[in-house]
Design a protein around this ligand. Structure first.
Ligand code: ATP
Ligand code: MG
Length: 582
């Protein structure tokens, strides 16, 4: 058991938005939260709440977006400026005959056009879709064909991939290209109009009457990370903003004077819910860095912009740790006051490291593309049990249930399930109604993840249902084995799978990335196996260890255990559209 990280009210630089988890949970009502969102006649628009109302209140001249380009170019946008640009984009969509519920997709790196274009699409009542800029032509075809998008916004660097995909996309009528578009305009793609984004945008008026939508009208869609299989097109509605607003307030603790940096990409749900919607609806200034992962650069950004709240992912934290403690000391990071992490289980070791080098722990939280917002979290005011995902957001009923729908007690492993009906719950899986239905059983939303609760009602992640290992009759979660391995000073990261074994059903196999300079050897393998035996459990140690230079990950940074397993077994690896180059 890891020592508790205690939170003392007296130690806070500022009082957390969620002062008392128990009290707020007990008296919580979504009706109260709705009062923080602007409705007109029972209708609302998520983009109105994120940007427009701020452009109409005292925040209008406040910086909404600090943008840093890959080559260190810098731009700033106030709430009013972003609002005007999003209005121009909504007007442009009008000219392109985009109507309510038409799909408008963005295939862009993290450029400003992505942010105001997304908002403008919602204002028009169309459905905005995003795709991560690293996707290749096949991934683009899969997504745009499935969603039947009519408009695509892209940039010169990505154009050749779009060109390759375009002939497979009969519904796609218009391709807007940002930046320097001379070469793109010379191209001809039959049946498609190719337009220069900035030129056509600048001709549009910055007045636009935002469409107020029914709460359950779709607002945006995006595809899951594809960690377990083919990505699913998840559709979210305008009222999701209610959930994203309150979770950004309680979990990320955002408020007006924050400079907030979310390192996620809007190609994934975190970038949409907490880089665009929930964060701006709380009035925080957002930093966006459109560049690669680089520890020194990242710390420089925190120092330069005096970032106060930082939301990132375990894979990044482990890489920062691997870069060492010395580099941290070269920067003034004293502006930081709250750190959070999502996307994968956060092992205890990087939490302790954060505490050591930043003086602050990372707060893990759990959610999925399908849930549209954070559901289980560690809060600034709540003690952290390192390795635990925390407790359900006020207003959320989460439970561990068995396959027959029976609720399980503390310490019992089962399906992590949520009572349906929270505001940001997906509306459907695009064109796959049966897939959507398959998530719901016996009155619960079944997440597909395995977990347990402890006697204090903290939730603990075990693994994805398909990844849990059954060895000699015992169930072992890959996460706990991975966490034990990375406690060892020689290990940076580990991916653990069950490998079929005639005697034991499965044996545990670990793929281990060693720290720079550590020599792989048979002796080290034995040492690691013994280490897990001693620190975790005698039955849960890896009988096989393989050293690996790079773990296969999704482009959103999640370890793809199914790829490790397929390679191990010599099977086809399935959908690779979200696999990082490897
Ligand atoms: P696919 O559904 O296509 O296989 P995916 O599940 O990785 O991809 P996302 O919706 O991006 O797609 O990720 C949600 C999943 O990520 C969760 O179901 C869970 O397995 C994992 N996850 C996210 N946050 C955490 C966390 N804090 N702790 C443990 N696991 C997490
Ligand atoms: Mg999933």
């Amino acid at each position: 058991m890891q020592p508790l990280i205690r939170k003392q009210q007296s130690a806070f630089k500022i009082t957390p938005n969620l002062k008392d988890y128990q009290a707020v949970s007990k008296n919580f009502s979504w009706e109260d939260v709705k009062k923080e969102i602007d409705f007109t006649g029972g209708k609302l628009n998520a983009a109105y709440n994120a940007i427009e109302r701020n452009a109409k209140n005292w925040r209008k001249n406040k910086i909404a977006l600090y943008w840093i380009g890959a080559d260190n170019q810098k731009q700033k946008f106030t709430f009013a400026e972003l609002n005007d640009l999003s209005n121009q984009f909504a007007n442009l969509l009008h000219d392109l005959e985009i109507e309510q519920q038409d799909r408008v997709f963005f295939f862009l790196s993290r450029v400003p056009e992505l942010y105001f274009g997304f908002l403008g699409t919602l204002k028009r009542g169309a459905i905005a879709g995003t795709m991560f800029a690293a996707f290749g032509p096949q991934a683009i075809v899969d997504r745009l064909k499935n969603s039947a998008a009519k408009v695509l916004i892209t940039e010169p660097e990505l154009f050749d991939r779009v060109e390759k995909a375009a002939s497979f996309l009969p519904d796609l009528k218009t391709i807007l290209v940002t930046g320097d578009v001379k070469f793109a305009l010379k191209k001809k793609i039959s049946g498609k109009k190719i337009l220069p984004f900035n030129q056509v945008l600048s001709k549009q008026s910055s007045d636009y009457q935002t469409r107020m939508m029914a709460p359950d009208d779709p607002a945006f869609m995006l595809y899951t990370s594809g960690t377990t299989g083919k990505p699913k097109g998840v559709v979210h509605v305008h009222k999701a903003i209610i959930h994203e607003h309150i979770s950004a307030k309680y979990v990320l603790d955002l408020r007006d004077d924050d400079v907030y940096w979310c390192t996620a990409d809007p190609g994934w749900v975190t970038g949409i819910a907490y880089e665009i919607l929930g964060s701006w609806s709380n009035g925080a200034s957002t930093v966006v860095f459109n560049g690669r992962f680089d520890p020194a650069l990242w710390y420089q950004i925190i120092e330069d912009y005096k970032v106060t709240v930082w939301y990132t992912a375990p894979t990044a934290i482990r890489m920062l740790e691997a870069a060492g403690d010395e580099i941290v000391k070269q920067f003034d990071l004293s502006s930081l006051r709250h750190l959070a992490s999502v996307g994968e289980p956060l092992n205890p070791e990087p939490i302790r490291w954060g505490l050591k080098v930043f003086g602050l722990p990372f707060h893990d939280n759990w959610w999925q593309t399908e849930t549209g917002g954070i559901l289980i979290a560690n809060y600034p005011s709540m003690d952290i049990k390192p390795g635990s995902m925390g407790k359900p957001l006020p207003g959320i009923t989460a439970a561990i249930i068995d396959d027959s729908g029976k609720k399980l007690g503390p310490g019992e492993e089962g399906n992590l399930a949520i009572k349906p009906g929270w505001p940001s719950m997906m509306k459907t899986i695009w064109r796959r109604p049966n897939k959507y239905k398959s998530y719901f059983k016996k009155g619960w939303y079944i997440s597909g993840d395995r977990a347990y609760t402890d006697k204090d009602d903290y939730f603990w992640f075990i693994g994805r249902a398909d990844d849990v290992i059954k060895t000699s009759g015992e169930r072992v979660g890959p996460f706990e084995v991975e966490s034990a391995l990375i406690e060892h000073p020689a290990v940076v990261e580990a991916g653990v799978i069950g490998k079929p074994d005639p005697l034991r059903g499965e044996i545990i196999k670990a793929f281990v990335k060693l720290k720079d300079g550590v020599k792989p050897s048979k002796k080290l393998k034995d040492e690691l196996a013994q280490f897990v035996k001693k620190h975790l459990a005698a039955h849960a140690y890896p009988r096989e260890i393989e050293f690996i230079d790079k773990l296969p990950k999704t482009r959103s940074g999640k370890i793809m255990r199914r790829v490790l397993k397929a390679k191990e077994l010599g099977l086809p690896i399935g959908d690779t559209s979200t696999l990082e180059e490897y």
